[in-house]
Design a protein around this ligand. Structure first.
Ligand code: S3P
Length: 173
């Protein structure tokens, strides 16, 4: 069996620009881009917020873990992970193995001020209900150590256009 690993894997919180940067970077590298949120939605046959409502977060996380595991062995381009994918211990191990095999994990960092307008904070964000700005900041505070620990490269995307982030990354891949 042959395995193909992604050229780069993007991690970071909602609103950091993972999917948009993945597309821009993949385009620059003439490779395909892929997004595990989309993979999960295809598998489940419904949008993520419906998976959370109908089946619960643990069911979503299991679908996500499998989507990440599959994409890490078969996607040849740029892979964007859902913001919470790094919470799973199996995914953490898989990312460490991917790095040990020569892959590059990129943490797209962002501050709340810049993430908020990108996220939009609407009902399609199941973890950002009630006070979405406070929820986002709490998620980011809890996850930052994981994002930092798992990344080879960190880019603060606050004031940068996705094309600028992609251009910066092409110099480092
Ligand atoms: C989540 C982030 C979302 C999506 C789901 C859970 C999270 O992806 O996977 O709503 O736990 O942060 P994005 O980071 O692409 O918005």
């Amino acid at each position: 069996m042959t395995t193909t690993r992604p050229r780069a894997v993007l991690i970071g919180p909602p609103g950091s620009g993972k999917s948009t940067v993945a597309r821009a970077l993949a385009h620059a590298l003439d490779l395909p881009s892929r997004d595990t949120d989309t993979d999960v939605e295809h598998t489940a046959g419904k949008p993520i917020h419906e998976i959370f409502v109908d089946d619960g977060e643990p069911a979503f996380r299991e679908l996500e873990r499998r989507a990440v595991s599959t994409a890490l062995t078969e996607h040849p381009g740029v892979l964007a992970l859902g913001g919470g994918a790094v919470l799973d211990a199996g995914t953490q191990d898989a990312l460490q193995q991917y790095r040990a095999d020569g892959g590059t994990v990129v943490f797209l960092d962002v501050t709340l001020t810049h993430a908020a307008p990108r996220v939009g904070f609407n009902q399609s964000r199941p973890l950002l209900v009630g006070n979405p700005r406070a929820q986002w900041q709490a998620l980011m505070n809890a996850r930052r150590p994981l994002y930092e620990q798992l990344a080879d490269i960190t880019v603060l995307t606050d004031d940068k256009h996705p094309q600028q982030v992609a251009a910066h990354l092409t110099d480092h891949l």
